[in-house]
Write a protein that binds this ligand. Sequence first.
Ligand code: ATP
Length: 232
Amino acid sequence: MSAVEVDRVWKYYGDYPALKDIDFKVADGDCVALLGRNGAGKTTLLRIIAGLSRPAKGEVRIAGRDLRELSTRRRVGILGHGIAVYDELSALENLKIFASLYGAADPSRTAMEWLERTGLDRVKDGLVREFSRGMRQRLAVARAFLHDPTVLLLDEPFTALDDRAIAVLQGLLKQARQAGRTIIMSTHQLREALELASHVVLINRGHLGFHGVRTQEMLDDPSWLYRNYGEA
Ligand code: ATP
């Protein structure tokens, strides 16, 4: 059984087809670099895999289970563009809420553990609205990881983050890979993504251009993939 199955997925914005018959599977423990030019459909696809957006046709299964079930969506964590935390609450209150939503046995303990892991324990009672950008980013990282998702989705994780948040995220990603978690990461930083990835998915204007194992020739020449499988 695959960790993630994207089964003939279509998505429209009005009349515009943003995803056209996207179909691929990701095995347990794979790390997929999701590539494609601006507007190719990467964010749209990640949001559909997270269950935040519904496809017009087709479906997504996580470990063989329907994404419409809450228990399936709980297996997924997403770190996206918007920093999905509440401004008017403290860091601790934020993580407690998300830990409760995800059904943690002891939300306070889970929240504290993640505040420590992201270096926010000393400011745990500070209101998020007073946090620096970097602190908010680390809180968003904690939020995405705190329920120990089996599938982690990361949308351009390194572009918006500051150095410290990047270091925290890289450490967590390494641990997640060692623990056999499945990762799908969209990025423009080809070389870094290809180094981390075991597999590659390339989207060309809503079409699946390439899906397969990351090979040595891609590492040697990151533009190889776009030359051979990119849009004309
Ligand atoms: P980028 O690398 O720029 O983030 P992307 O590959 O993530 O791009 P998407 O954000 O998924 O691409 O967008 C795919 C296409 O769908 C684009 O043409 C975009 O303009 C369009 N699109 C995305 N979201 C919406 C929306 N809410 N309403 C209308 N069109 C949208």
